[in-house]
Design a protein around this ligand. Sequence first.
Ligand code: GLA
Length: 382
Amino acid sequence: MNSKMLAPTPPMGWNSWNTFSENINEDLIRSTADAMADQGLLAAGYQYLIIDDCWSLKQRDEHGKLVPDPEKFPHGMKSAADYVHGKGLKFGIYSCCGTLTCAACPGSFEHEFSDAEQFAQWGVDYLKYDNCYKPSTLADPMLYRRMGAALKNCGRDIVFAACQWGTEDVWRWIRSAGAHTYRSTGDIQDSWASIEKIARSQLDKQCFQGPDCFNDMDMLVVGMYGRGTNPFISIGGCTDEEYQTHFVLWAIMGSPLIIGCDIRSMSDRTKTLLTNQDIIAINQDPECRSCYQLSTYTNPEAFILVKHLQNGDFALGFFNFSDTASNVQLNFWDMGLPSMSGQGLRFYDCLTHQDLGIQREYFTTAVESHGCKLYRCGMAKI
Ligand code: GLA
């Protein structure tokens, strides 16, 4: 088995933690699965419905097995998985490489192989694997190698989503441990400061990821607007402009796109952003090239990200992290298109879905504070 790639492009889905933390149950999972299918998210590419921490009892059973909390999941995890699968979605669950999860439920340390088998029997397609309560005697590469080996041999294709927070230079060894994605930072918060911090911290680490092992910059806070039951995450919210910049950054930087808001009540603006096919196509481009960063002389707090796409186009993201609106200029020379190439760029705006025609040698655009522009550009002879 497993002759095919499980994550040829960054996984897309929804995770319960950002909004609901420990307040999860069967009804939430079923109604969220309904919403993913009915609201067009599945059609847009969001396949995985992932239950995060706090789904199990605090003790294993007498056979050492994990036990779903009967108050939250009276019909058990197989039933939840069946419902999710019935909607055409894939089912994700959560455990931890230590003795306990971060919320003090049982972790998988020394139970890796039997837990992986149990997950396979329930119909799990994706495992988020956290980093709390680790034994002091084993380093992280060993802990993640164990679950990597267990999942590869559990009898089912299960995406291995390591949640390791970027310590111990995770990007250097995590692919070799079998992970398909790896969390590279601490937990996101629903604020612009958190989004900016995470994005900046990963700009120089783009080159480490690629098909079947993506840098996971954490679940999206798009559309949370300060709501949610987790006091660490829900600290005020962002503007629509900031959520759009967040989504575009995660997309062009090749992060998995895992929604964290309550999609059962998302605003039209949130839905339009999360289902924007022009943005998603850049994230899901089959070549999965990392982007590179260019500075712009117009503003030290502004920059441009350039990503080569499979068909020869470029994705160009213009970002302004400063507190005032600013012009941002790209000189085509800086991306390998000197004027002697005889090539200009045809600009298509992925946020307004408009063609902007062919530009020569440079392109300047006004970008709001904490805002962005995103273009898909093809070369055009001039
Ligand atoms: C850690 C992870 C979060 C979430 C919680 C659950 O903090 O980084 O994404 O899974 O644990 O307890």
